[in-house]
Ligand binder design. Structure first.
Ligand code: 5AD
Ligand code: SF4
Length: 438
């Protein structure tokens, strides 16, 4: 029996890709082990969104330099693989396999080549016509399932590697997405998360040509599915009909992740984001007017080349205007191939750090206020597990908030995957605390 170990870095797309890779390897007769020491094949599914993420894989590989040739094969998958290609063999000579996400359907073939003695094999084509076979996917979570609806990205944001690492957009047919959703429901999954770098530009490639809102409505109708989420959205392609769909069907979770990246028009323009602050705010208004009380979350980059203090103040003011429920924020990191590399006025890391801290402190106060407003309300959660340290159950609300709770005097024991109503009693900046109600 051949053994493999896989470690995943990066976004949910990568996590889900790893589930597909695991399924493929198991189908090929491999069995998964928990540590690299036990494995004959060691795989890293990598992220290159920021330099720090990219460095992680090389430091991992460094740890195992001496293991090479002792019957262990090392492979680099994902975004660093696609971005660096054969250069990885130079930097880490004990690596034998380099394969980007668009070529995972070639993995069985590549592994056979390694098995027959080839020292270095690559899968780096980005124009793979056939989307990766998903039938063998091994999902990690038995209740919540990821479904890829669109691969790649056709935008050209000045800072972003994704168009290079994941290639051009390819939408899956609605029919195959719905088939997968129904199969998942039959297997007992109740939550589905639709994935894509830009789900809003989804377009059914079959003659029906339905858009994302139509797909969302259809997935929301699948029997047995109680929650549908989606990520990531691009403001430029985000249409009002998506909010209308959420308003119509409570199965569609009241949470939208709408990365803004910056609050100043001049920065947005240089980032090539293709929208203005006003256009972005219009989308926020649609959500604020929704009766569903939609949670809004975002991504922000500080220290993009040429970001002035005034630009930064506009980003801070945007936080006040939107009152985000959560935010991921990053220092700008120059990336290979991207157009922002050519921009002047790079900011030093200390100033980036200063801005990031100010931004995060401001957001923390906003979140604490937003979360506090939920005290006294009853929220439905899906149970994700039990925290042995705090003796609380861990739940997630439709708005994607973590709600930890106690269940005093429950007749039947609780289990992950169940849905329960919880009264919110306390609020922190990052989570809520409550008590189950019957
Ligand atoms: N530097 C810093 N942050 C980046 N992101 C994408 N590219 C970069 C970069 N070069 C951030 C964006 C994106 C999130 C996934 O990562 O905010 O939305
Ligand atoms: Fe990282 Fe982007 Fe690749 Fe996801 S798509 S793994 S975030 S580089």
């Amino acid at each position: 029996m051949k053994t493999f170990y896989i470690e995943t870095f990066g976004c949910q797309m990568n996590v889900h890709d790893s589930e597909k890779v695991i399924g493929t390897l198991v189908d090929q007769g491999y069995s998964q082990v928990d540590t690299p020491d036990q494995a004959e094949l060691v795989l890293y599914n990598t992220c290159s969104i920021r330099d720090k993420a990219e460095q992680k894989v090389f430091s991992r590989l460094q740890q195992f330099k001496r293991e090479a040739g002792k019957g262990k094969t090392f492979g680099v998958l994902g975004c660093v693989a696609q971005q660096e290609g054969e250069k990885i063999f130079e930097r880490a000579p004990h690596v034998s396999l380099v394969c980007g996400s668009a070529s995972y359907n070639k993995l069985p073939e590549l592994l056979v080549q390694i098995g027959s003695g080839e020292k270095r094999v690559t899968g780096l084509s980005l124009d793979t016509e056939d989307t990766f076979e998903t039938a063998m996917t091994r999902r990690d979570n038995p209740h919540r399932a990821y479904i890829t609806i669109i691969e790649g990205c056709d935008k050209a944001c000045a800072y972003c590697v994704v168009p290079f690492t994941r290639g051009p957009e390819r939408s899956r047919t609605g029919e195959s997405i719905l088939k997968e959703a129904r199969e998942l429901a039959d297997m007992g999954y109740t939550e589905i998360q639709l994935l894509g770098q830009n789900v809003n530009s989804y377009r059914d490639p079959s003659p029906s040509g339905g858009d994302f809102a139509r797909l969302l409505r259809a997935v929301g109708e699948v029997k047995g599915i109680r929650r549908v989420r989606f990520t990531t959205s691009h403001p430029r392609d985000f249409v009002k009909d998506i909010i209308d769909a959420i308003d119509e069907n409570p199965v569609l979770c009241n949470h939208v992740h709408l990365p803004v990246q910056a609050g100043s028009d001049s920065v947005l323009k240089r980032m090539l984001r293709l929208y203005t602050r006003d256009e972005y705010m219009r989308r926020i208004e649609w959500m604020k007017r929704s009766p569903r009380n939609i949670a809004i979350t975002t991504d922000i980059i500080v220290g993009f080349p040429g970001e002035t203090e005034d630009d930064f103040q506009k980003t801070l003011a945007l936080l006040d205007d939107v009152q985000y429920d959560s935010m991921f924020s990053f220092k700008y990191s120059p990336r290979p191939n991207t157009s922002a590399l050519g921009l002047a006025d790079a900011m030093d890391e200390v100033e980036k750090g200063r801005r990031l801290t100010i931004l995060q402190e401001k957001q923390r106060a906003i979140q604490l206020r937003n979360n506090s407003e939920l005290i006294g309300k009853v929220e439905e959660v899906m149970i994700e597990g039990f925290n042995n340290a705090t003796l609380q159950w861990i739940g997630r609300t439709s708005q994607n908030r973590t709600l930890n709770f106690v269940a005093a005097g429950t007749p039947a024991p609780l289990q992950a995957g169940q849905y329960r109503n919880v009264l919110v009693t306390r609020a922190g900046a990052n989570s809520l605390v409550g008590e189950m109600v019957n």
